[in-house]
Design a binder for this molecule. Structure first.
Ligand code: SF4
Length: 471
């Protein structure tokens, strides 16, 4: 048995094409589609208080800043486009109410091991606003200052200079994630995101000089006007800059769901065959350059914590992708944020008016959520095992959940037979393992264990618009 779950990822174009169907990305299980308004603020508050009982877990805070100055046409995020930086003020006032009320629910002895500012564009806020926000978080939660903390921020290189990066580090942030997508000028023009390559490279160089533990870069393949030749140049430039992590996401063109995508000219879109070629190019270029494919669009250098966590079985999926801190309760702050505390998920109101209204009324901003039942916990464990460790040990699952794996999942094991015949997955003693050919299709394997999806056969795209496709 190979001991390195991250070893080997094979890009098989025919297999990827055949298995390309819409499906969840399993940043949670059950997925957000299952969240419902019957789970509200009182349920979340009760779960939060209960989570303080020993052994209380450390906390991970996520803070959402929804504002962006201009729309990137490919974007499907929850954001507010405005050049008026004054709009940050009422947002921060309401966020302050939420931070105080959320902070009161959690025991102050619980350290904040992880903190992430996401968006939108967190660097839409000025340095002074970010400083006040961090001070506010420190008043209501136990922030860490030692080297063990993972405090990160998503950076739009169009809004951050190398000098500003130094100021962010001085505030206590020690990880950065840079939005790049593509360096090609024609692609940047087609998606309304003009971002000179030199600005991005200068930031990465500056990050290397600062006490920043991890630099991550986001790319997107399948963008309009992208070609293999142009994206190969982007990949070569990024690989030469050697960030610790690279996320290469698939562009999903869903203009009926995401209004900015209607600005993209149809004639600029790449064909499904070209997109598949871009995925193959990405996997081959990054793995040849020494990056390890962790899973679900994420690559990391071999010494990176994500790779080490995958090997020792402590990797987990969360709303930011992959994380090493499986033991934390996640507290989401800001419009549309999602918390994962104990055995429940809770999501804040998705629109600013409703987010403001709920907080002004004196409560939390929770709008919907879900409390897991025993079957959800079992299936979450199975799906996490497949998506993170890329293998399952039936005996370990049985010990944690009190079931007989082969009996409980007899139908699922039967449904895996064709996937095994295609070389995606194999039985390994009393366990399962994702094979190199299945690494790019691990969610297809995970979907077999998802009790909330309609059963196979595969759902045509038009019938399942709430999920992105595999490629
Ligand atoms: S991609 Fe990022 S910066 Fe661009 S509109 Fe979306 S959230 Fe804003």
């Amino acid at each position: 048995m190979d001991t390195d779950p991250a070893a080997g990822t094979i890009f098989d174009a025919d297999l990827v094409r055949r298995y390309d169907r819409p499906g969840p990305r399993y940043t949670s299980y059950p997925t957000a589609v299952q969240f419902h308004p019957g789970f509200g603020a009182a349920d979340f508050a009760a779960a939060a208080r209960a989570s303080n009982a020993a052994p209380a877990k450390p906390l991970s805070l996520y803070v959402h800043v929804p504002f962006c100055e201009s729309p990137c046409f490919y974007c499907g995020c929850n954001k507010v486009i405005t050049r008026d930086h004054g709009r940050a003020r009422p947002y921060l006032e309401h966020l302050a109410l939420e931070v105080a009320r959320m902070g009161a629910l959690f025991d102050r002895a619980r350290p904040v091991d992880q903190l992430h500012f996401g968006g939108g564009t967190p660097t839409f806020l000025s340095d002074e606003e970010l400083e006040r926000l961090l001070a506010l978080l420190g008043e209501h939660f136990s922030l860490r200052r030692d080297a063990g903390r993972e405090y990160s921020i998503e950076i739009d290189p169009r809004t951050v200079t190398p000098e500003r990066l130094g100021r962010l580090v001085a505030l206590g942030l020690n990880r950065v994630s840079l939005g790049v997508q593509d360096f090609d000028p024609a692609v940047q023009a087609a998606v309304n995101r003009i971002q000179p390559v030199e600005d991005t490279l200068a930031l990465i160089r500056r990050a290397r000089e600062l006490p920043i533990d991890s630099v991550s870069v986001d790319l997107i393949y399948g963008l309009p006007r992208q070609t293999r030749a142009s994206f190969a140049r982007t990949l070569a430039t990024i690989v030469a800059a050697r960030p610790d992590r690279i996320a290469a996401y698939s562009y999903a063109h869903l203009p009926h769901l995401f209004k900015p995508q209607r600005q993209i000219k149809v004639e600029d879109l790449v064909t499904p065959a070209e997109k598949l070629g871009l995925l193959g190019l990405t996997v081959e270029t990054l793995t040849a350059a020494g990056y390890v494919y962790v899973g679900m669009d994420h690559f990391a250098l071999p010494g990176d914590e994500l790779v080490r966590a995958q090997a020792d079985g402590t990797l987990q999926r969360n709303f930011q992708g992959y994380s090493t801190r499986a033991e934390c309760d996640l507290v989401g702050l800001g419009v549309s944020s999602i918390s994962k505390v104990g055995d429940c998920y809770a999501q804040n109101a998705k629109g600013l008016p409703e987010y403001y209204r709920r907080l002004a009324a004196g409560g939390l901003a929770t709008e919907r959520g879900v409390a897991l039942v025993a079957e959800d916990r079992l299936r979450r464990d199975v799906i996490q095992g497949l998506m993170c460790a890329t293998r399952l040990d039936f005996a370990a699952i049985e010990a944690r959940h009190g079931i007989r794996f082969e009996e409980h999942f007899a139908a699922e094991l039967e449904r895996l037979v064709p996937l095994a015949a295609d070389g995606l997955v194999a039985r390994e003693g009393r366990g399962l393992k994702i094979l190199p050919r299945g690494r790019l299709l691990m969610r297809n394997v995970a979907m077999v264990f998802d009790a909330h999806l309609p059963p196979a056969p595969a759902v045509p795209a038009a019938e399942a618009p709430r999920y992105s496709r595999a490629v």
